[in-house]
Design a protein around this ligand. Structure first.
Ligand code: SF4
Length: 414
């Protein structure tokens, strides 16, 4: 997954948002027309902006549309705002009121988003009105602004310079596996079960191999037969694992495992070899290092009462098999330990709104390998706002194996 800066273009209907999108993408990404509401839904373009790198651009519907559908679009636009790193607020100085602009600025301030103002000059007198607008909306004084006519192709470089000179990327470099050291061996336990895809690694596994290699260390993949390890083949399977570990002249520096094999790994991995999971690795990476928030969240398991609700959240809609972790294994564990606690699900890229989130005692989130860090940050922000804790599959499955196992898998991240 390429890390992209997310830039949202927001404003009123017909303020020139789609023209600005087309100016930046240098093509007719968005249909431009003076008919109000031409941008029926959010349009997305993936581009490379010179000096900034990969960018995801969102051209949004006008926030002042008043139809019933307008309300839905408005909710969607505000959702885009939550997930953007930078907001480009397009203002047509010839419009009579600036309630939409006020709303965008208020939301951006509340969510601590960077915002740049683009006054789109439709005619030569438009610029004269800008002072009056600032009197009506004094907060505009605090934002960098550019005055251009976005339909002129010649202004593209002005626009790009404006963004590059004023936008500060907030992306911190979160290392995928910060404990990896050059010249050391790292074992990746990739168990085989019904869900294992034929012929390829899952995304987190492939990312770990690439990361370890790039660090001049050595990734070694091990395939465990989970069914045998839990059943009649346990003896042979255990010997095979022990032989594998003994074949190293130099002990592996750490083992990263699929979380669902934790019941086996906590017993088979010698205590002096650090152990953690792909799911924990992934959620730390996508949340930009907020693993402690997920670790704290697991404490909510100790306070559960019959009637409480837990939400299991998966960030994609992968095909689910009989022994699926999210829909079968974790709910079964909860049911066994906490009869009367209800489990609900949220699959895919859309997340529930704050009102419904409030009804949960805990969110248990997958590794999130299919969503952007902006989307996950927006989820975390919503949950903080409603004071609902969140944990993660890897942390939950380790916790289910006891406090010592949980502390052990968290150790490499401390
Ligand atoms: S987004 Fe979540 S559920 Fe989907 S593959 Fe990645 S970790 Fe699994």
């Amino acid at each position: 997954m390429i890390e992209r800066e997310h830039i949202g273009i927001l404003g009123k209907m017909n303020s020139g948002k789609s023209s600005l999108m087309n100016l930046l993408t240098q093509q007719e990404t968005s249909i431009t027309d003076s008919t109000p509401g031409t941008t029926a839904d959010t349009k997305v373009a993936l581009i490379e902006l010179h000096g900034m790198g990969p960018v995801k651009l969102f051209d949004t519907a006008g926030l002042d549309e008043i139809s019933g559908l307008g309300e839905k679009k408005r909710t969607k636009v505000l959702k885009v705002l939550k997930e953007c790193d930078l907001i480009l607020l397009v203002i047509d100085p010839d419009t009579p009121d600036f309630d939409v602009e006020r709303l965008v600025i208020e939301q951006a301030r509340e969510l601590d988003k960077q915002l740049l103002v683009v006054f789109n000059l439709f005619n030569i007198d438009s610029a004269k009105k800008i002072e009056n607008i600032i009197e009506l909306l004094p907060v505009l004084k605090f934002y960098k602004a550019l005055q251009i006519s976005v339909i002129e192709q010649g202004v593209r470089s002005l626009m790009l310079d404006f963004i590059l000179n004023n936008y500060e990327s907030g992306k911190s470099e979160t290392q995928l596996l910060p404990f990896v050291e050059p010249g050391e061996f790292y074992v990746l336990n990739i168990p085989m079960d019904e869900e294992t895809p034929q012929g390829r690694f899952l995304r987190p596994q492939a990312m770990a191999v690439e990361y370890i290699t790039r660090k001049w260390a050595y990734p070694i993949a091990y395939r465990m037969d989970l069914n045998r390890a839990r059943g009649v083949g346990v003896y042979e399977e255990k010997i095979r694992f022990e032989n594998f570990l003994q074949s190293f002249k130099q002990k592996p520096k750490a083992i990263i495992t699929d979380s669902q094999a934790m019941d086996i790994m906590k017993l088979w991995v010698p205590a002096d070899i650090p152990l953690t999971t792909f799911s924990i690795m992934m959620i730390n990476h996508v949340s930009l290092g907020h693993i402690h928030e997920f670790f704290d969240g697991i404490k909510a398991m100790n306070t559960l009462q019959p009637g409480d609700k837990i939400l299991i959240a998966e960030a994609c809609n992968h095909s689910r098999i009989q022994e699926d972790i999210g829909t079968v294994q974790i709910p079964a564990m909860i049911k066994k330990r906490y009869p009367g606690v209800k489990v609900e699900f949220n699959f895919g890229r859309e997340f529930q709104n704050n009102e419904s989130l409030q009804s949960y005692k805990l969110i248990i989130h997958c590794g999130g390998c299919m969503i952007s860090n902006q989307k996950l940050q927006a989820r975390l922000r919503d949950l903080r706002n409603v004071s609902v804790p969140i944990t993660n599959y890897g942390i939950f499955l380790s916790w289910a194996q006891g406090r010592d196992t949980l502390n052990r898998v968290m150790q490499p991240w401390m």
